[in-house]
Write a new protein. Structure first.
Length: 281
């Protein structure tokens, strides 16, 4: 099952188009994404029962917003692929390095990325959307708490990130528009193996990143266990799981995003995003 946001309202997505959930349910479910996720199990039951009765309407890319427009909490991982650790000359972590992105940075799959400087960098990531309150969850049970997976870009302002005595991860990665997500969330049952998905990023059509989520140092179950041990995860919370090798700040010569650049991000079985860089006004 695929759930997206069309014209700021949660919708089921299929090859036939979209179906507005609040309308199709006769007001039984809210047109607010977080309210829908708060009733995730109930909603899934309704969707299964209603599958053959839904009416589909075409939509265009510019109608798509972030699957969760304003999550309550956004977590992210630093140094969670060994090849990225190598290119950044960083030791492999013994435990997940978790930081936060502020929810106001979250935007949609076709939103512009506003560049505040000439040191913004790309980072394609698998993003986990939580579907049930999770506190003290064991890794073996973790997938039961996942509503779906989506694509994300953890855009990073490197000057701020590495400002001494640093690092300043949360601030460097939370500028407005620095969290594109989408194009929709896909429930885990849609994947043959949700722990092994190809993810790629290209800038202006030039391949930059190409890896698989099976290469994560700490996979989705381990991350949910780690975070939920310390902080309750809430429906609609996002976890940016980390980026593989290929970012701009470790290249020789270094390469950063510039106005006019187009960031294309894709994850196998989920879909793709396309974000155009503009100068911040």
């Amino acid at each position: 099952m695929r759930i997206g946001t069309i014209d700021d309202r949660p919708a089921l997505i299929s090859e036939h188009g979209h179906c507005d959930i609040a309308t199709a349910s006769g007001g039984g479910f809210s047109p607010d994404a977080l309210a829908l996720l708060d009733r995730w199990e109930e909603f899934r039951g309704w969707a299964a029962e209603s599958a053959g009765q839904l009416a589909w309407t075409p939509f265009t890319d510019d109608q798509l917003g972030p699957p969760v427009p304003l999550p309550r909490q956004v977590f992210a991982l630093a140094v969670n692929y060994s090849d990225h650790a190598a290119e950044a000359t960083t030791e492999l972590p013994e435990y997940p390095i978790v930081f936060t992105k502020f929810p106001t940075c979250i935007t949609g799959p076709y939103s512009d990325v506003a560049l505040p400087s000439n040191r913004a960098d790309w980072e394609v990531e698998l993003v986990v959307v939580i579907g049930r309150r999770a506190h003290g969850v064991n890794a073996a049970d973790a997938w039961q708490y996942v509503a779906g997976l989506t694509v994300g870009q953890d855009i990073s302002e490197r000057r701020v990130q590495f400002r001494k005595p640093g690092p300043h991860l949360a601030m460097a990665k939370s500028f407005p528009t620095f969290g594109p997500t989408g194009p929709w969330l896909v429930t885990p049952d849609e994947f043959a193996n949700p722990d092994d998905l190809r993810l790629t990023c290209a800038i202006n059509g030039e391949p930059m990143q190409d890896s698989r989520t099976s290469m994560l140092i700490f996979g989705v179950p381990a991350l949910i266990e780690s975070v939920s041990t310390m902080v309750p995860l809430l429906p609609g919370d996002l976890i940016f799981t980390g980026t593989p090798a290929g970012v701009g700040s470790t290249r020789d010569p270094r390469r950063y995003l510039a106005p006019g650049d187009v960031i294309s991000s894709e994850i196998e079985g989920v879909g793709g995003m396309r974000n155009t860089c503009v100068e911040a006004g």
